[in-house]
Design a protein around this ligand. Structure first.
Ligand code: GRF
Length: 214
């Protein structure tokens, strides 16, 4: 059985999508939020998942908070750490500790629009396609080997809200998919930082490129 720990800061809709997707051989061991008021904590408890808060505001600095958070996470012996709307910059120690077993979702087609307000910036820039990316976490913010992406059209009448809604619907599809691949042991990052998804039907040493998502 593989243990998954999910970090959130808010609504937790991605966490919920992952928790509701059937993951044979995996268990959501805990959901942890750095914000005690995060709505996702209640959602997780409603799904029968252990959910706890560790308030970053009571720690003097990022390093001490991350050190404590690592202790908390590691008490659940995670095979995979999933960042799902976790709104904190991670210390280098933290990233190193979970290297190769930490995924994040970012609401843009990386490498476009790293950072915040991605939907607004997509509208301002006039791109015709926008979307979401699941990637392995590396020390640089929103950069890291890309596991899966989904694109949505940007429509002339779009507002930040309507675009966000369309992107989130895709997030809820691709994040559970990426987690499933990880749990199945099918993800491999090569020396150039490209992710390969091993095809279940391929020979043990055969690798396939990730499927193109509509
Ligand atoms: C998502 O849009 C995700 O891409 C970004 O933060 C948002 C979290 O939403 N990192 P939720 O808490 O999963 O509903």
């Amino acid at each position: 059985m593989k243990n998954i720990v999910i970090l959130i800061s808010g609504r937790g809709s991605n966490m919920e999508a992952i928790a509701r997707s059937v993951l044979p051989g995996a268990k959501i061991a805990a959901v942890i939020s750095n914000r005690p008021e995060a709505k996702g904590l209640e959602v997780a408890r409603g799904l029968g998942i252990e959910a706890l808060a560790l308030d970053h505001k009571i720690f003097p600095d990022r390093e001490s908070f991350d050190a404590r958070l690592m202790q908390e996470i590691d008490s659940f012996a995670p095979d995979l750490l999933v960042l799902a709307g976790y709104m904190r910059i991670l210390s280098d120690d933290f990233v190193r500790h979970y290297s190769g077993r930490m995924l994040n979702i970012h609401p843009s087609l990386l490498p476009s629009f790293t950072g915040l307000h991605t939907h607004r910036r997509a509208l301002e820039t006039g791109v015709r396609l926008h979307g979401a990316t699941v990637h392995f976490v590396t020390p640089d913010l929103d950069v890291g080997p890309i596991v899966i992406q989904a694109a949505v059209p940007v429509l002339p009448e779009d507002t930040e809200e309507t675009l966000a809604e369309r992107v989130q619907a895709q997030e809820h599809r691709i994040y559970p998919q990426a987690v499933r691949w990880f749990v199945e042991g099918r993800l491999e990052v090569d020396t150039t930082g490209h992710v390969h998804v091993r095809d279940a039907s391929a020979a043990p040493d055969g690798w396939s490129v990730p499927p193109v998502e509509p």
